[in-house]
Ligand binder design. Structure first.
Ligand SMILES: [Zn+2]
Ligand SMILES: [Zn+2]
Length: 528
């Protein structure tokens, strides 16, 4: 790989060592000289020699478990670990104020049971592991031992780049050589860099063809900078590149799944049975889609970014955690993953709604494809839409529970106020069937209404079996008006009063209260 470098020929590329790496010395130390041997090689008198290296098999991070296995196991462990954390936050209702949806919505709006979700996720993870093990079979053996050599290669590149400094400064009228002469002494390193990477005092003795020969040495700062590039800069670029590959892969395939009716109804509509996402539903997909988007997407990103297996452990695990976080159902102010980019749980939640399904395709890291290609949700404030879904789900829960036995006058009033809702719900169904556009929620004109109409059509197309159909739209449509009316009220209604009743109703009321009037900004959706 580095044979293009002037002195790479000094080294046996098969890895047999014929020298020892010499650490750089400061000006004060240059008279203490190490010696190393360089048989069968010529010396470049301009550049410090590169150290030899010996490759050896990498020892596994956990003895007895190959790193490739660990890289496959860690994402699964992270998936269930993080999911269970969110699951218990959910079950114990630890942060109702940050919920995107009420428990009643989870119960009533999703078209798939938790058990089915669990089973399908496990199936996807089994497929993912088998594919990973298959690919690992062809992976070259992981070796180490070349790190110091690679650092020195970067130090050489820095030294070569320094040669351009005098000419570069000359362009802006600065006499670098003149400046270098004025430095020296305490600023010897600066003088060396300014004069184009010339450090006459930095030398070392090497054994070349059995004879001690003086060769240039690296400055300490050059080695430090090279280490920073090698151990931090390059891996950071590899991660960023891999992230862009995954985002691009997922965006276009995800978008295709929504644009093509066959792809949507056959594969992707399964994921959209979750109108109210929860953490471990993140990988609830058709097995083919899971393989194509998630397994293949991250696998290709790993390959093209040139990551090591150790790096891939971080990458696969972080991608998994991010996907889980995007489906967690909470807009946490203190969750760093939700603030790294504008692609977070609130952003993706819009994509899971019947009115936003044709928007916000970007997943899982950035939103630039949505922005560039105009598929970002532009319908503005979403609080009325969220509110109507909450009310509808709550009504269903209440209907299941039978007549509400109110224990306080406020609750009596609430149940009376709510009584007309029943009629509206049934009339909404018929209205939606006959004149769907009349009940279309209030949406700004132009692009936003196109997005919402497209989303509507997709839900209709998917039909009941895939968790869509007219019933979903009909149930939601009438609640829009009511929700808007409720949001406009300056005083909280009796229904919103904190009740002491236990069970799902009181629980959901508290949640509703905390979410009441939550703006699109809180939900991570940009207002127009
Ligand atoms: Zn989708
Ligand atoms: Zn999703």
């Amino acid at each position: 790989m580095y044979n293009d470098l002037p002195s790479a020929r000094l080294y046996n590329t098969k890895g047999a060592p014929f020298g020892a790496f010499i650490q750089p010395y400061s000006i004060e130390q240059i008279h203490i000289i190490s010696v190393f041997k360089m048989d069968n090689a010529t010396l470049d008198h301009q550049l410090p020699p590169l150290p030899s290296y010996a490759l050896r098999p990498a020892t596994p991070l956990i003895p007895g478990i190959p790193d490739t296995w660990l890289s496959l196991a860690l994402p699964i462990i992270a998936y269930w670990g993080v999911s269970m954390l969110f699951h218990f936050i959910d079950e114990w209702d630890l942060f109702p104020q940050y919920r995107l949806h009420t428990p009643a919505e989870v119960l009533k709006r999703n078209h798939v049971s938790r058990w089915d979700v669990f089973r399908d996720v496990v199936i996807q993870q089994v497929i993912q592991t088998i594919v990973g093990l298959g690919l690992a079979w062809f992976d070259p053996e992981q070796v180490v031992g070349k790190e110091e050599y690679d650092v020195a290669v970067w130090a050489r590149r820095i030294r070569l780049a320094e040669r351009a400094i005098p000419a570069f400064l000359g362009l802006v009228g600065v006499d670098a050589q003149g400046m270098a002469k004025n430095f020296g002494g305490a600023h010897a390193m600066l003088a060396g860099a300014l004069s184009g990477g010339v450090y006459p005092e930095l030398t070392q003795t090497v054994l070349y063809s059995g004879q001690a020969t003086t060769a240039p040495a690296f400055a300490e700062w050059e080695i430090l900078a090279a280490k920073a590039i090698y151990h931090a800069g390059i891996p950071a670029l590899q991660f960023l590149f891999a992230i862009c590959v995954v985002d691009t892969w997922q965006y276009f395939l995800h978008r295709a799944m929504h644009m093509n009716k066959y792809l949507y109804t056959t594969f992707h509509s399964r994921h959209h049975r979750l109108y109210v996402p929860y953490a471990y539903g993140a990988l609830y997909n058709h097995p083919f889609e899971g393989f194509l988007l998630d397994t293949l997407g991250t696998g290709i990103a790993y390959l093209v970014s040139g990551m090591t297996v150790r790096q891939s452990m971080w990458f696969f695990t972080m991608s998994t955690i991010k996907t889980v976080d995007d489906h967690c159902g909470y807009a946490f102010p203190w969750d760093p993953l939700q603030h790294l980019t504008s692609n977070n749980a609130g952003y993706h939640d819009v994509h899971h709604q019947s009115w936003g399904v044709k928007t916000n395709f970007s997943q899982p890291f950035f939103t630039f494809w949505d922005t560039l290609l105009g598929t970002k949700w532009v319908g503005g404030d979403v609080s009325a839409r969220y509110e109507r879904a909450r009310l509808l789900a709550q009504k269903k829960v209440d209907a299941d529970a039978g007549p509400i036995t109110a224990s306080t006058p406020a609750e009596n009033a609430a149940s009376l106020t709510d009584a007309p809702y029943t009629n509206d719900a049934s009339s909404a169904t018929s209205t939606a069937r006959t004149a769907p556009t009349v009940t279309e929620p209030r949406i700004p004109s132009g692009k936003a209404s196109k997005q919402a109409l497209g989303s509507r059509q997709q839900v209709l197309d998917s039909g009941e079996r895939q968790g869509g159909g007219i019933a979903v739209l009909a149930e939601e449509s009438v609640e829009e008006v009511k929700a808007q009316r409720k949001l406009k009220q300056s005083q909280p209604s009796p229904l919103r009063k904190r009740t002491t009743s236990s069970g799902l109703k009181g629980f959901a009321d508290r949640v509703g209260e905390s979410l009441h009037g939550k703006s699109s900004g809180v939900l991570g959706v940009e207002s127009r």
